[in-house]
Design a protein around this ligand. Structure first.
Ligand code: BGC
Length: 368
C-alpha cells in the first residue's frame, strides 16, 4: 500500500552512495560532513562505518581506499605508537597529546590544535572491525595492512582501560561501555581472521570482558560508563555489530530494554543519552541505524523496517541526511539556538547517517 508520505528508498539509496563516494577525498579519507565547518576532517569512527556501507553497497574500491588511508595514518606514526606502548608498559602515564588522534586532515596529518579535544580510542577498534569485515567480504589480500594491524592491536592492548572521551567526544574522565565494545569488537574480529597476535588479542578481550562484567553492568544491563547506571545509545553497537555480549543473552536483552525505555522514541528515532543538550538533544539517524541493525539481526524485521523508514523521513528534499532529525522531539529544546548560533544548522549531509541507512537497508534486503 502506498501512503502519501511513503519513504522514497530508491532515491535515498542512490543519493546515499553518491554522497559517500562523491565526497571521498583523493587520499581515501571521508569527510564527516563536507558542509559543516568543524566536520571537515576524517574520523576513524565515522569513516569505518562509512567504509562498511560502501563495502556492502557496491563501492568496494571506495572502502579499499579508506582502509589504505587508515593504514598509512597508523604506520606513519609507528615510532610514536611504540614509544607510547613502551611508556605504558613501564608504568608511566602519558599525556593526552601522546595518544593517537580521533580525527585527521584529509592528507592524514594531525589536525593540530583546532580547539577540540582529540583523544578517543573507540575508532581504532572500529577500524579493525570494519577492515577485517571488508577483507573477508571481498576476499582481499591482508598483506598491505599487516603492519598497521599489528601496531593498532599493540596500541589498543596497551591503552584500552585508559579513560578517554567517548563516542560523543564527552566525559573524558570515564571509561565508556561503547568504547570498550568497539575495542573488543576490533580485537576479536582480527583474532578470528587470524590477522593478529592471538595471545595479545584473546588476552585483551578476556580482560575487557572481566572488567565489563565487574563494573560495566548495572541492574542487568551494560552501562554508559564503568560504575554508572545510565545507558547510552552507543551501547547498541555493543550488541550489533560488536558482540560484546551475545545477542541472545540476558544482558543484551536488558541493555536493549533500557535503551528502548529511556532514549528510543516510539515512532522511530533514538537520542544519544538522557541529558544530551547538543543541538537540543535530538534524535540521530545514525542511532536509528544501529537500533534497526540489531532488530534485523535478532528477527524483529518490522521494528527494523520502522527505523529504516524513520531515517528516510529525516532526508531533505535533495535526499540528504542530517546528523539530527529536524523538528520536534528534542530533549532540551532551550539549548538548540545556542548551537545554531555557534555553528549553523546541524551537519548535513552527515556521511555516517547515510552509511547507517545503507547498512540497515542492506540488512533488510531493501535494494534499488
Ligand atoms: C559526534 C561524533 C562524530 C563527529 C563527526 C560529533 O558531534 O559526537 O560522534 O564522530 O561529530 O561526525
Amino acid at each position: 500500500m502506498t501512503t502519501p508520505h511513503a519513504p522514497d528508498h530508491d532515491r535515498l539509496l542512490a543519493s546515499s552512495i553518491e554522497v559517500i563516494t562523491a565526497h571521498q577525498q583523493p587520499s581515501g579519507a571521508y569527510p564527516a560532513c563536507p558542509d559543516y565547518e568543524v566536520y571537515r576532517y576524517c574520523w576513524f569512527r565515522d569513516g569505518s562505518f562509512i567504509a562498511e556501507a560502501a563495502s556492502r553497497a557496491g563501492a568496494a574500491e571506495s572502502a579499499d581506499a579508506f582502509h589504505l588511508w587508515c593504514a598509512k595514518v597508523v604506520t606513519d606514526r609507528a615510532g610514536r605508537i611504540e614509544s607510547l606502548v613502551a611508556a605504558i608498559r613501564a608504568g608511566e602515564r602519558p599525556a593526552e597529546t601522546d595518544y593517537l588522534g580521533t580525527r585527521f586532515d584529509y592528507d592524514g596529518s594531525d589536525t593540530g590544535d583546532v580547539g577540540w579535544w582529540d583523544f578517543q580510542l573507540d575508532g581504532y577498534g572500529t577500524w579493525l572491525w570494519a577492515l577485517t569485515t571488508h577483507l573477508d567480504r571481498h576476499g582481499r589480500d591482508a598483506g598491505p595492512y599487516r603492519e598497521a594491524i599489528r601496531l593498532t592491536v599493540d596500541y589498543l592492548a596497551a591503552t584500552w582501560s585508559t579513560p578517554c572521551y567517548d563516542w560523543w567526544e564527552e566525559s573524558k574522565e570515564q571509561v565508556h561501555g561503547a568504547t570498550l565494545g568497539a575495542i573488543r569488537g576490533g580485537l576479536d574480529a582480527v583474532d578470528r581472521a587470524g590477522l593478529g597476535d592471538r595471545t595479545v588479542c584473546t588476552g585483551t578481550v578476556a580482560a575487557i570482558d572481566a572488567l565489563v562484567g565487574e563494573r560495566g553492568v548495572h541492574e542487568g544491563h551494560l552501562t554508559k560508563w564503568l560504575g554508572g547506571g545510565a545507558v547510552d545509545a552507543g551501547l547498541l553497537a555493543c550488541l550489533t555489530p560488536f558482540g560484546t555480549v551475545p545477542a541472545a543473552s540476558p544482558v543484551a536483552a536488558a541493555t536493549l530494554a533500557a535503551v528502548e525505555r529511556d532514549i528510543v522514541r516510539p515512532g522511530g528515532g533514538v537520542h544519544r543519552y538522557l541529558g544530551d543538550v547538543f543541538y537540543g538533544g535530538g534524535q540521530w539517524p545514525v542511532l536509528a541505524g544501529f537500533l534497526g541493525w540489531h532488530y534485523a539481526r535478532t528477527g524483529r524485521t518490522a521494528d527494523a523496517r520502522r527505523e529504516l523508514d524513520w531515517i528516510a523521513s529525516c532526508a531533505t528534499a535533495e535526499g540528504l541526511l542530517p546528523e539530527q532529525a529536524p523538528g520536534a522531539g528534542l530533549l532540551a529544546p532551550e539549548h538548540l539556538a545556542r548551537w545554531e548560533a555557534r555553528w549553523g544548522p546541524n551537519a548535513t549531509p552527515l556521511l555516517w547517517s547515510h552509511a547507517m541507512y545503507l547498512i540497515l537497508a542492506d540488512e533488510l534486503g531493501v535494494t534499488q
